[in-house]
Design a binder for this molecule. Sequence first.
Ligand code: PEP
Ligand code: MG
Length: 885
Amino acid sequence: MAMYVFTFQEAAGKGKELLGGKGYGLAEMTGLRLPVPPGFIITTEACLDYMRTGELPPGLKEEVLHHLGWLEAEVGRKLGDPDKPLLVSVRSGAAVSMPGMMDTVLNLGLNDRTVLGLANMTSNEAFAKNCYRRLLSMFGDTVVGIHRSLFEKELQVVKERQGVAYDTELSAAAWDTVVGKFAEVYEAHGKSFPQDPYDQLWEAILGVFRSWNSDRAVKYRDVNRIPHDMGTAVNVQAMVFGNMGGNSGTGVAFTRDPATGEKVVYGEYLFNAQGEDVVAGIRTPKPISQLAQEAPGIYRELAKTSERLEHHFRDVQDLEFTIEDGKFYMLQTRAGQRTAAAAVKIAVDMVGEGLIDKEEAVRRVTAEQVERLLHRQIDPKAEVQVIAKGLNASPGAAMGAVVFEPDEAEEAAASGEKVILVRTETTPDDIHGIVAAQGVLTSRGGRTSHAAIVTRGMGKPCVAGCEAIQVDYEKRLFSTPEVVVREGDVITIDGASGKVVLGEAPLVEPQMTADFKTLLAWADEIRSLGVRANADTPGDSRTARELGAEGIGLCRTEHMFMAPDRLPLMQKMIMAATKEERLGALDRLLPFQKQDFVDILREMEGLPVTIRLLDPPLHEFLPNLEELLVEVTEMRTKGEDGEELAGKEELLRRVRALHEANPMLGLRGCRLGLLYPEINEMQVRAIISASCSLKSEGVEVLPEIMIPLVGHKNELAAVREQLEAVAKEEMNLAGVEVQYSFGTMIEVPRGALAADEIAEVAEFFSFGTNDLTQTTFGFSRDDAEGKFLARYLELGILDANPFEILDRKGVGELMRIAVERGRTTRPDLKIGICGEHGGEPRSVRVCHQLDLDYVSCSPFRVPIARLAAAHAVLEEKGRLVEEIR
Ligand code: PEP
Ligand code: MG
């Protein structure tokens, strides 16, 4: 027959899944001979059986009664005994901590008769009756379903009538009144409190089982992705009382400071109180440090216990203790929640203390925690007014006055003002405003929108696709259904959570501490995947290198043309009506390009730099068609004539000619260089001549030339042939030979499927998973997130946004095929990823599993990728089985 009930001693060594977290902690502490009041655990299996059948499993009652008999003998009191009643607590405890989500009943065993026995036994009538009313309200709330506030209201009335502030000041007679009132609350609900303690016990056990499926518990599990099929255990334990007078008390403590990680016992306590009083906020608890003066013996015992528990669990513990008439008891221990900063410090300190090894330290810090540490964030303790939520496009928090025009952002920044640039979406024309602003908020566009990519590259906060706001450029305001925010009003944005906050929220600075660097260095020892960065400027390259990047995996050359001094030249080049005109513009762009590459390659000396030739749809560099049309129409209506109008009309003609219905699938990627070879030619000249100059200075350069959006080997072969000739010419000219490699992005499905053929021409592949996701799903990367993806997620059609987390089943499968076929043709083919997924922890794990050589991500995500790559190895070794807390 199944065993459903174990005493704390019997349970030692059994797992959390069976005992629940609370029971597990109690059993372990009992095994360590710590002062734990005796008790027993009804396992999660009993709960699951009950859920299945709707009835207590056969034999359970007998087992409980048997253990109750043992408990009575242990304590020397009996349940329901009018003279010496045993009181127990009945608490829930799931394998995964779900704070406050499930139920607890204290002081079970009291009734109208036993309460007098307790009063006699303790010579404290007020105390006994206070315990009774606690049972009445807790039982009413958790088992019968009468809201706790109804009891609290009655208590408040009595306290006011008696003119007292604290419960402890009420007399026994006043408690009688309260108990009477509570009985009336039951009656008003057509219920009565069960006077038989055994009835209380069975009902409480069932109440705890049922609380597993309460609305709030189900919701909590949904939000925290906790499985619904684990069930809760029930812990039945002899009561000890912290509210028996001035020599009793209760407290909660962490074995280390959970905010900083400092090695000091940290927490709060209250004398003459029962557990819930500490958290209820009615009386202000005192800091644990004060316990050392107030009760040095108890403090010493707490400190010693805390040390023993840390050694036993090899982790920070979150404890609950009670002092009954001067005697110290432990009521709970579990792994303590901690801030990101504390997680890093504790992990590194514990390696130093010999408690854990380096792998364990790396395992314990999550990628999300690293992310939090790398960026400024809104102080988690601050109360703020969140007015909207958009996509968490580029992490970090920023605060400033709202401006809508990039020029104004620039002017304001020049006069030292901090601003947030708010746009419906951004274009390359807005770049100076983005540079000047503290952060960017857009109402449209996804995680791979212009605003998102550019800000991420700069390490600047961005909330994108915030559909909840309406931007009105004319009235210079944006609004939500509830608030209107005008130009000049201050807002704070948090690009890690997507929150938009009204006013100035307090921010906390990022912390790249020595411990953090140590931990990342340990991660580097573990990981096999390389980590590079996506960087387009010398500044980004330096940041990337400082954050541990081992090269550049994507240098988007089009970003280099977005600077205000280059954009007009670029536009000229695109607008050119003839090849000669285009060559003229390209000639003027060449020196800029060369200097860019000199600077970047110098920064990355000795490390590979993958330079992608021009990729974007050309219209991105051109004025907006609709705006231009309006402008020309207005000029015509006003009867304007002359050169200006003619110029605008010519511009309009050209913009129209270049206009595409589907620009993402249009003239971009390698197609651009195939139609206008002179663009590629200029770029290759710049790369090779920059490399030659540096090499002759003695700087080691490792350029890799990458062609985007290739789907057919002939595309790549044609480009390669053209470029090799140019490269040779430049080297001859410089009289220097540089090693460079030639490769392609795999970012359309055909490219992946035809990888065997493409690898004949390419020496490396880099997965452009932004486009590969777009083309695999057929979801526009510019519109999908704003238009329908959120709904897809709500409906559960997709588990996650595929532009954020790599879709293993579809996109990942294409990648697997490309890796396999590519390496069949060319076994030493180097393969990386440079889409936004390269810095996303779950996607990094997939890249490790697919045996990629490296991931490449924005500089500020490099540390995250380093840790995630180490986690992927630990998972493979079976060391990353998520600890169930
Ligand atoms: C990609 O498509 O994943 C990629 C890296 O290129 P881009 O985002 O510049 O199109
Ligand atoms: Mg792409």
